[in-house]
Design a protein around this ligand. Structure first.
Ligand SMILES: *Cc1c(COP(=O)(O)O)cnc(C)c1O
Length: 392
């Protein structure tokens, strides 16, 4: 009798079991101190994240969504302003723009990396009259072409706010970690990110002292000194328990990145040997194995694989998901509806077909389990099931 292999999309329990003896005493100390909001643990985490990213300043906040909101607030972005971002991303990227009353200007993605398309960015910049910022997203853990984005932003005289929520530690084509070359880097510590807390959390990075001071004030209701409010801020403080967990986990982050990269390399090899296409060719509906594997970056750029996303013909995607689920394999669709087609953004007037690559990606992509603790048996189970289904 064969044992049924289960492969969830994430398995945070294994990681917790490994780190329990490091995390629990550290948490107990914080609980004994009864100091829960900001404070020494948050200060230390900010120093360690700044150091890790090679940024001058890091300012903790309540979530990655708030990191984006605070970054836009630091530039006083509001009604009448335009901010460019990709349509194919998590909602928070554009939610922050619209929440401040500004207008998200959605652009299409480049179909092999799923990151924003540089030609589309150039076009959008030319079409804007009130452009105030550009938010590139390092989707799935892979850096966008920052050289090109920054050059275009400099020409347009607007800041680049990097949505690095999925990409802490990933490096760009120059070998520089994401979140430092733009004006502000925004990171999330949501539990399923490569560096995840025991709840919500986020951080912003910047090289600029003035911006850093403003961001610090904005996260505490625009208050400095106590009870004197120079700015209209928000309540977005990181708590000491989260910072404590994150400080322990940060020590393991590079090891986890490497494990994810190793898992991705296994899938790549397995799928290529089975006859899958890599990303350099368009998805052929009639190929031997109609599947495109992600475009991994080459040194010095690194992909940290927050997600490992393959691409299959749209008419097979949902059936593949069901077949994998029946075999105990968890998957997810990141993202089924691009932002320009979301109901809450209908007022922006984007038509179906207006951003075709984002729309195609929404129909054809599926994320496979990639977490660091996957066993060889689990990896093989996933890869074999994907290939078996698509060969049918
Ligand atoms: C997770 C994520 C966010 C938001 O982070 P939260 O901590 O969940 O608020 C923003 N942008 C992207 C691309 C994300 O993946």
């Amino acid at each position: 009798m064969t044992r049924k292999i289960q492969v969830p999309l994430f398995d945070l329990k294994t990681q917790y079991a490994e780190l329990k003896s490091e995390i629990e005493p550290a948490l107990r100390e914080v609980i004994e101190s009864q100091h829960f909001i900001l404070g020494p643990q948050v200060d230390e985490l900010e120093k360690e994240i700044a150091d890790y990213c090679q940024a001058r300043h890091a300012i903790g906040c309540a979530s990655g969504s708030d990191a984006l909101l605070l970054a836009l607030m630091a530039y006083d972005i509001g009604p009448g302003d335009e901010v460019i971002c990709p349509s194919y991303t998590f909602f928070a990227t554009a939610g922050a723009i619209a929440r401040l009353g500004a207008r998200p200007v959605f652009i299409d993605i480049e179909p092999t990396t799923y990151n924003l398309d540089i030609a589309a960015l150039e076009k959008a910049i030319a079409s804007c009259t009130q452009l105030k910022a550009i938010i590139p997203v390092h989707l799935y853990g892979q850096a966008v072409d920052l050289d090109a984005v920054i050059a275009l932003a400099n020409k347009a005289r607007v800041p680049v706010i990097e949505d690095a929520a999925q990409a802490i530690g990933a490096t760009d084509a120059r070998g520089i970690r994401v979140g430092v070359r733009g004006a502000i880097g925004c990171f999330s510590f949501f539990p399923t990110k490569n560096l995840g807390g025991f709840g919500d959390g986020g951080i912003v990075t910047t090289q600029d002292e003035t911006l850093a001071q403003k961001l610090k004030i904005l996260r505490v209701h625009g208050m400095e000194p106590k009870y004197y409010h120079s700015h209209l801020g928000i309540n977005s403080r990181l708590d000491a328990l989260q910072a404590t967990v994150l400080r322990v986990k940060l020590r393991h982050l590079d090891r986890w990145h490497h494990a994810r990269q190793k898992n991705a390399a296994f899938y790549d090899r397995f799928f290529l040997e089975a006859g899958a296409q890599d990303t350099s060719t368009p998805l052929a509906q009639n190929s031997k194995l109609a599947l495109r594997i992600p475009k991994g970056t080459t040194s010095p750029a690194t992909h940290i694989y927050n997600q490992y996303v393959i691409r299959v013909p749209s008419q097979k995607r949902d059936a593949l998901r069901t077949a994998l689920a029946e075999n105990g394999i968890g998957t997810e669709i990141y993202y089924p509806v691009p932002l320009h087609q979301q109901e809450c953004f209908a007022y922006l007037g984007y038509k179906a077909g207006s951003l075709p690559e984002s729309e195609a990606a929404a129909r054809e992509t599926i994320a496979l389990p990639i977490f660091p603790e996957l066993t060889q048996e689990q990896l093989e189970h996933v890869a074999q099931n994907v290939v078996a289904f698509l060969h049918k």
